[in-house]
Structures are given as C-alpha cells and as structure tokens.
Design a protein around this ligand. Structure first.
Ligand SMILES: NC(=O)c1ccc[n+]([C@@H]2O[C@H](COP(=O)([O-])OP(=O)(O)OC[C@H]3O[C@@H](n4cnc5c(N)ncnc54)[C@H](OP(=O)(O)O)[C@@H]3O)[C@@H](O)[C@H]2O)c1
Length: 271
C-alpha cells in the first residue's frame, strides 16, 4: 500500500514518523512539499521516501494525508481534485478549520475523508487526536486510521465538525495553556534562586507527579486539590490568591475563547 503526504512540516513529519513506526517501508511513502530546502531536509530525516508533485502523489498513493496550512488547501485541491473525483481514495486531513463539506465540494461526496485534529505532543508519541469521518468512510478505514494515530498518542472519534472545533480548543490548543503555567512556576523558582535546570526539573516533576496521581487515583481533581490544602497551610495561601484572581474562571473563559475562534476560522474557510 502506498501512502501519500501533501505537506510534511510539523504535522506531516509526525505522520510520516508514525507510518514508518507502524512498519510501512520508506519506499512506499510518497511526499510532496513546496520547497527544495524541505525536500533536501526531509530526504535526510526520512531516507528512502519518494518525492513527487501534488498531482503525482494523488495519482500514485492508496491513502492520502493532507498536512498543509488551510490557506494552501485551495491550491492543493486544484492539483488533486480531478484525480480523486475519478478514483476516490481515503483522505486524512489535519488542516484546521476545513469542514467535511469543503472536501465533498472539491473531491465529491464518494471520496472517504477523515478530519484529524492532533496536537503538538504527537511529535513525542503523547498526543491526543480528535477524528471525524464522512459517510463514505468504511469501518476498516476507521480501524486503520485509529491504529495509525495510536502510534502518536490517544484518539477519540467525534460525530460533528463542531466537536472538532471543541477538540481544537481543548486538546489542540491545550498544551499551550499548560506551558503557560509551567513557565510561571519555572520563573518563580528561578527568582527564588534555583538555577534554570533545577527550576525546570522541579517544575516538570511536579507536573508529572500531579498527572500520575490524577491518573491513578479514584478521586476527582477537586478532591485531590482539597487533599493537599490544609487549613491555614501553604497551599491554602496559594489557592486563596488564585481564587481572588478568578484564575479558574479566567482559564475556562480562555478555552471558550479558543472554541469561539475555532468556529470563526471554520466559518471563514467554509464560506
Ligand atoms: N502544528 C500544530 O500543532 C497543528 C495541530 C493540528 C493541526 N494542524 C494543522 O496541520 C496543518 C499543517 O500544519 P503544520 O504545523 O505541519 O504546518 P507547517 O509546518 O508549516 O508545514 C506545512 C507543509 O506544507 C507544505 N506546503 C506548502 N505549500 C505547499 C504546496 N503548494 N504543495 C505541497 N505542500 C506544500 C510545506 O512545504 P515547504 O516546507 O516546502 O514550504 C510544509 O511541508 C495546518 O493546516 C495546521 O492548521 C497543526
């Protein structure tokens, strides 16, 4: 089976790594990028993969991954539409904001399309990917896609484009929310006199410990928080500052703002 990739930046490269990790030989991977510089870099990272034009990739592959920026997609559609209308094949697109109808309009409704919304931790195998299929996608396609994205972390199938916008705001943008908090703790630790390496280490180990405890415990996040919050203790002192600043409410508003933005982007791209 030949796997085609149009776009091989952050996301496309993670997908190529997953396919290689899943046992697909490099010679069966066909890639299209825009610049000679990327071709040269990628042929070093992924020795043995073939490089072709968008039209050739669409014609030669059995499954096609689309991993270009949404504003590039009209160019790509122009290059591949005729081939896919004549010979529908499974498309897996990671492009943000392009709904299933967008692909049906360009490629025809017989073309099986999966929308995937991964996040950046897919690059290290700890991502979370939301998946949405159109009517033409078969059960065996879904199984294949699930297995592939499982190489990159966890997955969940959703039923609507709107749910993909929600996933975008939660797990898609989510890593940045936590990097924001990690950065705050790292800064304070350094202000207290810890060297940058130790400050980073204690920040990450605290996060990892909280994560492991949350995963292994039967208790809710609220109960876990209460368990470290003794009356008049240090955690209570910290939490009272967070509460006074309405930090939890602001954090929730931030996620809703990301969701609203995802909806606006979707409506702009699907006019
Ligand atoms: N990064 C994320 O966290 C994330 C998460 C979820 C979804 N996404 C979505 O994934 C998609 C890709 O994002 P990315 O971060 O991987 O982008 P990226 O790193 O900028 O990569 C874009 C790729 O598209 C190629 N390309 C540009 N024009 C092309 C053309 N006309 N024909 C063929 N290939 C072309 C580029 O090639 P050159 O390098 O040669 O220009 C590059 O390989 C976007 O739609 C993004 O919204 C990203």
């Amino acid at each position: 089976m030949k796997l085609g990739f149009i776009g091989a930046g952050n996301m496309g490269s993670a997908l190529i790594s997953a396919c290689l990790g899943n046992g697909y030989p490099a010679k069966d991977l066909i890639v299209s990028v825009n610049t000679e510089a990327s071709r040269s870099r990628l042929s070093t990272c992924f020795a043995g993969v073939q490089f072709m034009s968008n039209q050739q990739v669409a014609a030669e592959c059995d499954v096609l991954f689309l991993a270009v920026k949404p504003f590039i997609m009209p160019i790509v559609m122009q290059d591949i539409a005729a081939t896919l209308q004549a010979h529908p094949k499974l498309i897996v697109s990671v492009a943000t904001g392009l709904m299933l109808d967008y692909y049906a309009e360009h490629l025809g409704s017989d073309c099986p399309v999966v929308r995937a919304m991964p996040n950046t931790p897919v690059q290290v195998g700890f991502g979370f990917t939301g998946l949405l299929a159109n009517q033409a996608v078969q059960a065996d396609h879904k199984e294949w896609v699930t297995q592939l994205f499982s190489q990159l972390g966890d997955t969940t199938w959703v039923q609507t484009d709107d749910a993909i916008d929600q996933i975008t705001a939660l797990s898609g943008s989510g890593p940045a929310y936590f990097f924001y908090l990690f950065d705050a703790m790292h800064q304070v630790a350094m202000d207290m006199g810890f060297d940058p390496k130790t400050a980073k280490h204690l920040t990450l180990k605290t996060v990892e410990g909280a994560l492991q405890l949350s995963e292994k415990s039967e208790q809710s996040f609220l109960q876990l928080r209460q368990a470290v919050t003794a009356k008049r203790g240090t955690t209570e002192a910290a939490l009272s500052v967070l509460e006074a600043g309405s930090v939890q409410y602001t954090f929730q508003k931030a996620i809703v703002a990301a969701y609203n933005r995802a909806r606006v982007i979707s409506s702009e791209h699907n006019k």
